[in-house]
Design a protein around this ligand. Structure first.
Ligand code: ZN
Length: 134
């Protein structure tokens, strides 16, 4: 785990939250992207060296729709930048963490991603992400 790559925030309405976070951070989203496999539409903001990802559900079965039903809007996950996602997944499995993915999958923002179950990680949904080389 090299650093926090971004913090993910679940939102009910991406357009409204984009406007809110643009005001909050003083700069607009630099990227918006749909990840069909996850049922989410995302936007990314920069705050200095840090990133914030907003996530909106694109259908009612999306994990984000389920999260909003249970908890409402708010912090959804913390993503860590890793150098070698497969090695990190193996290390964490060995340490007793429960992974939600057997294999890395393609996520937003040109990354390989995998998630840890919050029940094994102190109630926090943890995302591992590794930049996909161009
Ligand atoms: Zn994320």
């Amino acid at each position: 785990m090299r650093k926090i790559e971004h913090i993910g925030i679940a939102v009910a309405n991406l357009a409204a939250s984009n406007a809110l976070f643009e005001k909050l951070l003083g700069s607009p989203a630099y990227k918006t992207e749909e990840v069909a496999s996850e049922g989410v539409r995302t936007s990314f903001f920069k705050s200095g060296p840090n990133k914030i990802e907003l996530l909106e559900a694109t259908h009612p079965d999306s994990p984000i729709a389920k999260f909003l039903e249970r908890k409402g809007e708010g912090i959804h996950h913390i993503a860590f930048d890793v150098e070698d996602i497969r090695a990190e997944m193996a290390r964490l499995r060995e340490e007793g963490f429960t992974l939600l993915n057997e294999e890395p999958k393609r996520g937003a923002d040109n990354k390989w991603v995998a998630f840890l179950h919050p029940k094994s990680a102190g109630g926090v949904l943890v995302e591992l992400c590794q930049e996909i080389p161009d």
